[in-house]
Design a protein around this ligand. Structure first.
Ligand code: SF4
Length: 347
């Protein structure tokens, strides 16, 4: 088009407002606005320069009985995919090396807009988790998924993890394993299916790290149901796990359920749960001794592997004798593991 019509300055796709504005401003500088011109293009970021949270939606269509988020934030509202991708691109251009995708329910992205087709750089793109991950994976940085609800659509992103397009990391809160408790929580209630899916994900992507959270002492939870949860934990061999003793949040439906578990029992179950998991996590970390891990540097001698999200997972410690900047990628030969972290030296 431009070779036939040299006076055409740019060609964009339909509805690509950002693309049009970029083309306009490439030829006509933006008018000076003293209030906004000092703000960097990526906005004000509270995280270190090399990683950033990317919020893709607000609100949630689920009604888990222990949670009041839907009553505060309303139903799911997905951000337009073009806008999300533009923000991601701006962040990467500004030096971000790791994008952490967040929402209340990442797997539901686009459900509210019926997976509407949006546009990024003039190209059509469906508002859906898989397409979003695929597009984010093309930016050449680490992409990590958080708060993925355990729905079958998760299966679609596993091949992207297996092929290295996005990090083989799933933060997927299972909350419990007893079908009756899951039903009382209003969560998907089929632990055997979850176990089968975890096995299938690992078969398709052996490097997969699974982080999850659980609640111990939910109203009505019997000792037998709690032990079922421990059994699930031993079977599932999850990599990173958090467990909360049930805490009655004001306004949550679960507070109306009968047979509340006494506070000391809730706490005691949480501790037992974490003891079981400590053994699993430390065996998982030990299995990495002797391997070489790609690590993103957070500070001199401290980084994170693909299995470690900032602030919630472990760290990789190695020799500080380098002049690398935060956000650099290095290979670290793992020599030692403790309960949470790995230790090694630059490979
Ligand atoms: S726990 Fe998560 S999925 Fe459930 S209602 Fe709250 S925000 Fe939604």
């Amino acid at each position: 088009m431009q070779s036939a019509h040299p006076s055409v300055l740019a060609v964009t796709g339909p509805h690509d407002t950002d693309g049009v504005m970029r083309a306009v401003h490439a030829h006509l500088p933006k008018p000076h606005d003293p209030f906004v011109d000092l703000i960097p293009e990526i906005g004000i970021k509270l995280t270190p320069r090399h990683y950033a949270y990317l919020k893709i939606s607000e609100g949630c269509n689920h009604r888990c009985t222990f949670c009041i988020i839907p009553s505060m934030r309303g139903d799911l509202v997905s951000r337009p995919i073009g806008e999300v991708m533009q923000e991601a691109e701006n962040l990467v251009r500004a030096g971000v090396k790791e994008l952490l995708v967040i929402s209340q329910d990442t797997s539901a992205y686009g459900v509210d807009v019926k997976y509407r087709t949006g546009f990024w750089n003039g190209k059509p793109l469906k508002t859906r988790m898989k397409e979003l991950c695929d597009a984010l994976g093309s930016l050449g940085v680490w992409v990590r998924l958080h708060y993925v609800y355990p729905y079958p659509s998760v299966d679609d992103v596993i091949p992207l993890m297996a092929s290295g397009k996005i990090l083989p990391y799933l933060d997927i809160p299972f909350q419990h394993a007893s079908p009756r408790i899951l039903k009382l929580m209003k969560r998907p209630a089929a632990a055997e299916k979850v176990l089968a899916r975890v096995r299938a994900w690992r078969a398709a992507c052996p490097a997969l790290t699974i982080r999850s959270t659980f609640i111990a002492g939910f109203p009505g939870e019997t000792e037998e149901e709690f032990e079922m949860l421990l059994g699930f934990l031993k079977e599932a061999q999850l990599d990173r796990v958090g467990c909360f003793a049930y805490s009655p949040v004001d306004g949550a439906k679960a507070n109306e359920l009968p047979d509340a578990v006494p506070e000391e029992v809730r706490e005691e179950r949480r501790k037992r749960f974490m003891q079981v998991q400590a053994g699993i996590s430390s065996a998982k970390l030990k299995s990495k001794i002797g391997t070489t891990q790609k690590v993103i540097l957070d500070a001199p001698g401290i980084g994170r592997s693909a299995a470690d999200a900032p602030e919630i997972d472990g760290l990789v410690y190695f020799d500080k004798s380098h002049k690398l900047k935060a956000g650099s990628f290095v290979d670290v030969r793992i020599e030692r593991a403790d309960e949470h972290d790995l230790h090694g030296r630059l490979a």
